[in-house]
Design a protein around this ligand. Structure first.
Ligand code: FES
Length: 111
């Protein structure tokens, strides 16, 4: 029997490497995970759509915690990278990804 795949709208990755951890990325990851679970935004909850995973170094070590986001919207893959991420910003980005609205510009860098 083939595996069951869940539809997702977006994927958030939070760096858990040394420099980001020193700036609180472990707590940020856990807090965002708890919020996505509580608010049913994770892909395996009814109506949810997001994946959240830990990542290795994302290459912006002096500006952590760093979060990278990918989503497909209107047939185009979008990516957004954020530096010095705190919980309110991470939660705001996650909600925008779920709602398929514009991603916040605050602390965004890269593409
Ligand atoms: S340690 Fe997080 S971006 Fe390098």
């Amino acid at each position: 029997m083939p595996p069951t795949f869940f539809a997702t709208r977006g994927h958030l990755l939070i760096c858990q490497h040394t420099n980001c951890k020193a700036r609180g990325s472990e707590l940020l990851y856990r807090a965002l995970w708890n919020a996505l679970e509580r608010d049913k935004l994770v892909y395996y909850k009814t109506g949810g759509s997001l994946r959240l995973t830990e990542s290795g170094c994302l290459g912006a070590c002096s500006f952590g915690p760093v979060m990278a986001c990918y989503r497909a919207r209107n047939g185009v893959v979008e990516e957004a990278w954020y530096a010095a991420v705190d919980f309110p910003l991470a939660r705001q980005v996650a909600q925008a990804m779920h709602d398929e609205t514009e991603l916040p510009d605050l602390q965004r860098y890269g593409p």
